[in-house]
Design a protein around this ligand. Structure first.
Ligand code: DLL
Length: 431
């Protein structure tokens, strides 16, 4: 069993003590072993020996994704190459990949936090887990894989894609748990329904993450596949999936604070925000050996609460990621997030969760086009009926966004499906 009650229900004063000890030793380690951090500390006049409490965290410098890129590939590693046993990388839209390294202890830690996560969702050795995240440099596949083995589940290392085979093995092997991105889950769900095999599959739990998804998307997936869907969060730079996970209360995701210290900051000023305020999530990985990042700027926007959860856990909970500070679109001066579009569309029965947002510029004016796929049962050759649907969607989107988008209706199954992370926004203004 990986229900680590001693830690997950820990008294918060005790937790603070543990975090302080770990932070103290981490700060010393990065100062001694990573020239990048030594230089930063020296420039700021910080003596690592003076850092003895988590209360001092906000006085320490941030680490940015650009720091990893500038020190590509291994410049921020705190251990010699001989101790590194695994490398992963995440590719961004621009520039070089972000490389992350693991020692054996880091891999054990990763496996442990995923095992704790799966246990939180009620997954055990009685389950068969289909891992449909990509295996490879992306941390989704292998992360889920080792964690699932640790809880004793029978693991099917499917990787992403080949949807027909996914359904066949799901049926033949009796998969009870599905692990993939929410957008692929939505697609798999639709494929199960259209193949008319819902009564032949045994899925009961889904653990989905790697991209933002809304509560409406959760309902859509749960209803299509008749499962309970859980949110798992993480990022390669901190460890991969398993930085936080939802418990059965599904009221925020518990952060494994014994290893990853969260902060919410104002992304403009860097100032730490009070509990409950929306801002950028920052993590310090206090126990990682190969890549112990200090105050890493995730760019993910969410809230934090330290209130004890109804499940008994005292670990901080993060709200859903509402967007990334670099995902926010400013259209005609108005801030908008793709998740707002998803919320609106999934509340309307006429649409599917497959959509695209296209921002462009005509002259000096931004244009916003939203391509919306019509649900099969609402598609018709009657222009009048389609016009009414379009009007309804435009009205709902305009209300939510305070913008007047041009809505284009797309026929059922015509929008692109994604097997990994979905790419829904095209901003032609930047091209
Ligand atoms: O996506 C790790 C992961 C794999 C998490 C599988 C969960 C499941 P990266 O490729 O480095 O790592 O991307 C990290 O993905 O900063 C968020 O913007 C986004 N993200 C990950 N999980 C969630 C989630 C993996 N549950 C980036 N909700 C993060 C919203 C998420 N966004």
């Amino acid at each position: 069993m990986f229900w680590n009650k001693e830690i997950e229900c820990i008294n918060r004063d005790e937790l603070e003590k543990l975090q302080s000890q770990r932070l103290q030793s981490m700060v010393q380690r990065i100062y001694n072993n990573v020239p990048f951090y030594k230089k930063k500390f020296d420039e700021l006049g910080i003596n690592p020996k003076d850092i003895t409490s988590v209360k001092q965290l906000s006085s320490l410098p941030f680490t940015y994704k650009s720091d990893l890129r500038d020190n590509y590939p291994f410049g921020l590693c705190a251990v010699p190459q001989q101790q590194i046993v695994r490398l992963h990388a995440s590719s961004g839209t621009t520039g070089k990949a972000t490389v992350v390294a693991y020692t054996q202890n880091d891999l054990d830690l990763w496996t442990e936090v995923i095992a704790r996560s799966y246990t939180m969702a009620g997954i055990s050795n009685s389950d068969t887990m289909q891992v449909s995240y990509g295996y490879g440099l992306f941390t989704g596949g292998l992360g889920a894989h080792y964690g699932a083995e640790k809880v004793g589940a029978s693991v099917i290392p499917m990787s992403g894609g080949n949807t027909k085979k996914q359904l066949q093995l799901m049926e033949d092997f009796g998969s009870t748990v599905l692990a993939c991105t929410p957008s692929y889950a939505a697609f798999l769900g639709e494929s199960i329904v259209s193949a008319n095999i819902l009564d032949k599959i045994k899925l009961k739990i889904g653990v989905f993450g790697a991209e933002p998804w809304t509560e409406e998307m959760r309902q859509y997936i749960q209803n299509t596949m008749n499962i309970k869907a859980y949110n798992i969060y993480g990022l390669s730079e901190i460890i991969g999936p398993g930085v936080s996970m939802e418990c059965e209360c599904q009221n925020g995701s518990h952060i494994y604070e014994d290893h990853f210290i969260p902060e919410i900051i104002n992304p403009e000023t860097g100032e730490v925000l009070p509990e409950g305020e929306l801002g950028e999530l920052v993590f310090t990985a206090i126990t990682k050996e190969a890549l112990p990042l200090l105050r890493y700027r995730t760019r993910d926007l969410c809230t934090l609460t330290y209130e004890k959860c109804a499940c008994g856990r005292t670990l901080a909970r993060m709200g859903r990621i509402v967007g990334r500070s670099d995902d926010m679109l400013i259209v005609r001066g108005v801030n908008m997030f793709p998740s707002q579009v998803e919320t609106v569309l999934l509340e309307l029965p006429e649409t599917t969760p497959h959509y695209a947002i296209i921002v462009d510029r005509e002259g000096n004016l931004d244009t916003l086009e939203i391509h919306v796929e019509v649900a099969e049962q609402y598609w018709t050759d009657e222009m009048k009926q389609l016009d009414a649907i379009k009007k309804k969607i435009t009205h709902a989107l305009s209300n939510m966004l305070s913008l007047n988008p041009t809505v284009k209706l797309v026929e059922p199954n015509a929008m692109q499906r994604f097997e990994g992370k979905a790419q829904r926004v095209t901003d032609r203004r930047k091209l």
